[in-house]
Design a protein around this ligand. Structure first.
Ligand SMILES: *[C@@H]1O[C@H](CO)[C@@H](O)[C@H](O)[C@H]1NC(C)=O
Ligand SMILES: *[C@@H]1O[C@H](CO)[C@@H](O)[C@H](O)[C@H]1NC(C)=O
Ligand SMILES: [Cu+2]
Length: 124
């Protein structure tokens, strides 16, 4: 293989992996533990890079938890009503449509106060 072909292959491979890193990734909140009480979602989010076009999936027992999208103030103070959106199917997924910070809390009991809350920063 000539050096030129070799370089070309490296370039193509590198750009393909860049493309595949952008958009379309599904982030299962909390990984295997899902959306529940007590995992540290700050730690979980630290290990993720969220881009526009990715999907955020909340996986949980619908009898035990829910998902409420709120603003920053409501996130800090665990205010459930009014909110931006509420979900309770146990399998709630959203496509991340814009580059922005987003906040989610659980709407059941004192779960939010116990730390069942997630803040993510969606990059372009
Ligand atoms: C944030 O949400 C709370 C209620 O959840 C509401 O009272 C407040 O006005 C909102 N703040 C902004 C800046 O939208
Ligand atoms: C969760 O929802 C997705 C579609 O949003 C669907 O493809 C998947 O089968 C659902 N999973 C379960 C366990 O219901
Ligand atoms: Cu909960």
């Amino acid at each position: 293989m000539s050096i030129f072909t070799c370089l070309l292959l490296i370039c193509v491979t590198a750009s393909l992996s860049l493309v595949s890193a952008r958009g379309g990734e599904t982030h299962v909140v909390g990984g295997d533990e899902g959306w529940t009480q007590f995992p540290n979602y700050g730690d979980w989010a630290q290990g993720q890079t969220f881009h526009v076009g990715d999907t955020l999936l909340f996986n949980y027992d619908e009898d035990l938890h829910s998902v409420i999208q709120v603003n920053e103030t409501a996130y800090e103070d665990c205010i459930k009503e009014p909110n931006l959106a509420a979900f309770s199917s146990g399998n709630d997924s959203f496509r991340l449509a814009e580059a922005s910070r987003q906040w989610y809390i659980c709407g059941v009991g004192d779960h939010c106060e116990n730390g069942q809350k997630l803040s993510i920063n969606v990059l372009p």
